[in-house]
Write a protein that binds this ligand. Structure first.
Ligand code: HEM
Length: 523
């Protein structure tokens, strides 16, 4: 955000904007902007840029309490609409899903997604439909046992790494371990890339620190620069975002090139039972087609460039690594912060599984309280707190006009903590989802607009089943296999529960905790 405080940038931006607005109005005589929903009063030309610092989920929630569940902000050149109630979320993500299914992109998102040659940031259309279907078939469908097997294999590695760290007074850095775990799942499942995890080192993948690069990408995905409010000023880079973007994508690119080369050399046919997602994508590789044609041209056939394939691989690595890792870290933090909930979960596990073996997949269906812990974690800490959408045409929502090309943010974080919707909204209370609780009927599939951690409608998360499975198995194995305490005698109430908001919402401080083995069998 530093460059937004740079006065020179703003003077230049304001002058250029004023000129463009005058020319724009002259070219379209009589054009009247449709009436927007309420929002903070904009200043001439720069609009609401002065409140950029409040564009975090809690900041937007506070603004929405003042201005309403559908709020309008004008960030210099861009119209932005913020949805903060289940009713408006239903309207945008269900009733008018087709209008709201494009994606906006910041400078950072465009760069990291290879100029939006990927699937997650592509606008809604044939290219997005084909590539999403392909990823679902090759990676996310339950029949792809390779993906579910990767979760189990890596979960076993994770438990071994935790056991190896037991007895250390400083505990184990759960945040770091989780990131390694989820990254290894994605590498194994999507690229058949086996890894050699260790409890403390971040390396593990030959010569490149892929975990470091992915962490940097996650941070950069949430970064704003001057170009995000005034596109013609993207070249201004006083806080060095462009330099960091080039370095991060360069490193990731080298890694992805290597993976693609290995797959081309191996030449597995897509119907080979061992074929993975990259083999599936390579079937459609057409080096002669341009990215533009690949992305936006063909209706019925899919032509992918190498750039498309790298961009889709990047989607899966970033989308699948950070989300699950930070969700499990939040779940463990919630349990350590609330020892009574941790005890209830341990009791459920002991009753259902016994203390002479670890939990396995077949137990998950018999652990209702575990599922409630996962839901409650995702209610309070949705890994993607703001859903980013864009309108494909002019439309009306709740009597307000929303023009074509508007950025729309659905504040899932605010909806999950709305005191009008939830009793004791800020309290970690998984029992609310049990049959005796007030929210027993709510699920996360996208039809309950009070609870939207995976989004809803056509742009909702294709990795939902995989993400839930990975969360349930990991939390169950960690809680069943070990007793947990905070390091250095820290009391549960002293655990810092602050967030750090970007495109995702990790903990402000990584979670460290001390494990003590609990089972009578070796892990
Ligand atoms: C706890 C786990 C997860 C959560 C909470 C989560 C949440 C989300 C959310 C909120 C969205 C955007 C929905 C919208 O805009 O309406 C999304 C999209 C996406 N997620 Fe996930 N996700 C998780 C796991 C995963 C995993 C494991 C993968 C891949 C391995 C993945 C890949 C994607 C992709 C590719 C998209 C873009 C879909 C599109 O634009 O069509 N996610 N996810």
């Amino acid at each position: 955000m530093e460059c937004l405080q740079d006065p020179l940038s703003w003077v230049l931006a304001a002058l250029l904007l004023a000129l463009i607005m005058v020319l724009h109005k002259q070219r379209r005589p009589g054009y009247v902007l449709p009436p927007p929903p309420p929002g903070p009063k904009p200043l001439p030309i720069i609009g609401n840029v002065g409140i950029m610092g409040q564009l975090t989920p809690p900041g937007l929630a506070a603004l929405a309490r003042k201005h309403g569940g559908l709020m309008h902000l004008r960030l210099a050149w861009f119209r932005t609409y913020v949805v903060s109630t289940p009713e408006y979320a239903r309207e945008v993500l269900q009733a008018q899903d087709s209008v709201f299914s494009d994606r906006p992109a910041t400078v950072a998102i465009s760069y990291l997604s290879y100029g939006r040659n990927d699937m997650a940031f592509a606008d809604h259309g044939p290219f997005w439909r084909h590539t999403r279907k392909l990823c679902v078939m090759k990676l996310f469908s339950r029949r792809r046992s390779r993906t579910w097997l990767a979760v189990r294999q890596e979960c076993a590695e994770l438990v071994r790494a935790v056991a190896a760290a037991s007895g250390r007074a400083e505990g184990v850095n759960l945040g770091k371990l989780m990131f390694r775990f989820t990254n290894n799942v994605v590498l194994r499942a999507a690229y058949s890339y086996s890894t050699a995890p260790g409890p403390d080192d971040d390396q593990g993948h030959d010569e490149i620190d892929i975990i470091g690069v992915l962490r940097e990408c996650s941070d950069l995905f949430g970064a704003f620069s001057v170009g995000d409010v005034v596109p013609w000023f993207s070249w201004m880079d006083r806080q060095g975002i462009n330099r960091r973007l080039r370095a991060a994508r360069g490193a990731l690119d080298g890694f992805l090139e290597k993976i693609i080369d290995e797959h081309v050399e191996r030449g597995r046919k897509p119907d080979d039972p061992d074929a993975d997602m990259v083999d599936g994508l390579l079937e459609f590789l057409d080096e002669t087609s341009s990215s533009k044609a690949a992305g936006h041209g063909q209706q019925n056939t899919l032509h992918l460039t190498r750039k498309n394939i790298k961009a889709i691989c990047m989607d899966i690595m970033v989308g699948g690594t950070d989300t699950v890792a930070l969700a499990v870290e939040w779940a463990m933090a919630g349990l350590l912060h609330n020892p009574d909930v941790l005890m209830r979960l341990q009791k459920e596990l002991a009753d259902v599984v016994g203390l002479d073996r670890n939990v396995d997949e077949s137990d998950l269906a018999n652990l209702p309280f575990l599922k409630c812990v996962v839901k409650e974690t995702l209610r309070l800490h949705p890994p993607i707190p703001l859903l980013l959408h864009k309108t494909a045409e002019d439309c009306t929502v709740g009597g307000y006009s929303v023009p074509r090309g508007s950025r729309v943010m659905v504040n899932v974080w605010a909806i999950g903590r709305d005191g009008e919707v939830w009793e004791d909204a800020d309290k970690f209370c998984p029992t609310r989802f049990m049959p005796e609780g007030g929210a027993a009927g709510l699920d996360m599939k996208g039809g309950c607009f009070e609870l939207l951690p995976f989004g809803s409608g056509r742009r909702s998360c294709p990795g939902m089943a995989l993400g839930q499975y990975a969360m349930e198995l990991t939390v169950a194995q960690l809680v069943h296999g070990f007793d947990w305490a905070l390091p250095n005698g820290m009391k549960p109430a002293e655990l810092d529960m602050g967030d750090r908001f970007g495109l995702t919402a990790p903990r402000a401080f990584r979670l460290a905790a001390v494990p003590t083995p609990r089972l009578t069998c070796p892990v």
